[in-house]
Ligand binder design. Structure first.
Ligand code: ZN
Length: 326
């Protein structure tokens, strides 16, 4: 990586460090640091302002955890990693602005992030309900845009993390700034952008509660649909020539699913449909079905595709038929 450009002079640094500390840092007992290959390493040492300074200088690149030790978050981040989903994020920012909700768009290596700040720390679950609600109101399927935090509540580790803004991406050597939904820089210089973020507007509490309710409904609806779905389709000889039956016979669930889920030799893996930390997803290769012990869902390759794409039966069958026979 080439030497990062000095965009912050030393005398400018301390107020800016204060902004990072105040707005972005959820916990000080440990921190994520980006390595040269772009991956993240958890450093089990206290974070201090000196490190935030070196982050702004570009000498190290830090990440931030989305939740504090009590599983509460002070912001939500939507992550778009394709051009298409990045356009959706920009549109989302524009539409939220018409409802007097100010959001902050940040460019990244591919796509970008949309930040929403809260007045008070909110429980992880409420933050995620709110995020789901925002996506649902825009008609965006949950798998298209990633939602951070990824945990309702912390288990053993510190949970999901995101790159701390204004640093240098270790892999691309770039700094990424904030922009308006129209595509202009949020402020002319990165230093001014940090200052704008320091005064970042928060989501109005009334709006937060309303959209939380919406997200909770969407989530409950999704759960219901999962449970209502039969675990394994009943076998029948008379429907053997239905496209769906042909697909089920033709496709090995094990081979198909392993393209999306890393499976152990015994067919176990981390479930892609919930925040799984201990493998609860399993594939029975002989009987040709999958099952998640935590979600309580499973079935054929079609059931898997319905969950993966969040689509209905007819769509799943037609997409699979295309993949198989085209
Ligand atoms: Zn699961």
């Amino acid at each position: 990586m080439r030497h990062p450009e000095r965009v912050f002079t030393d005398y400018e640094l301390s107020p800016l460090v204060g902004v990072l500390a105040r707005k972005f840092i959820n916990r000080w007992d440990m921190y994520p640091q980006q390595m040269a290959n772009g991956r993240w390493l958890t450093v089990h040492e206290p974070l201090h302002v000196g490190l935030l300074q070196t982050h702004l200088r570009g000498d190290v690149t830090l990440g931030v955890y989305l939740l504090d030790e009590q599983s509460r978050g002070r912001f939500l981040v939507f992550d778009a990693d394709s051009t298409e989903s990045w356009q959706q994020l920009r549109k989302m920012a524009q539409e939220l602005a018409t409802e007097n909700v100010t959001t902050y768009l940040e460019n990244s290596r591919r796509g970008g992030h949309l930040w929403l700040f809260f007045d008070q720390p909110q429980p992880g679950q409420a933050v995620r309900w709110f995020g789901r609600g925002v996506l649902a109101r825009q008609g965006i399927p949950p798998k298209q845009i990633e939602l951070y935090p990824k945990q309702d509540e912390l288990d053993d580790g510190p949970g999901s993390l995101i790159r701390l803004p204004f640093g240098v991406h270790r892999k691309s050597g770039q700094r990424y700034g904030f922009m308006t939904p129209e595509g202009n820089p949020l402020a002319p210089t990165l230093r001014q952008q940090v200052q704008v973020l320091g005064r970042a507007e928060t989501v109005p509490i009334r709006f937060f509660e309303l959209v939380c309710d919406k997200g909770r409904e969407v989530e409950a609806e999704r759960r219901k649909r999962r449970i209502a779905r039969p675990l394994a389709a009943t076998k029948s000889v008379t429907v053997g020539d239905l496209p769906s039956e042909r697909i089920k016979t033709a496709v090995s669930v094990h081979d198909f699913v392993s393209q999306y889920v890393e499976l152990s030799p015994s067919g176990m893996g981390l479930c892609p449909f919930h925040d799984d930390t201990h493998p609860s997803f399993s594939v029975n290769a002989e009987e040709n079905y999958w099952y998640c012990f935590t979600c309580g869902i499973g079935g054929s390759v079609i059931d898997f595709w319905m969950q993966w794409q969040d689509c209905d039966f007819v769509t799943a069958v037609s997409e699979l038929a295309h993949m198989l026979y085209d």
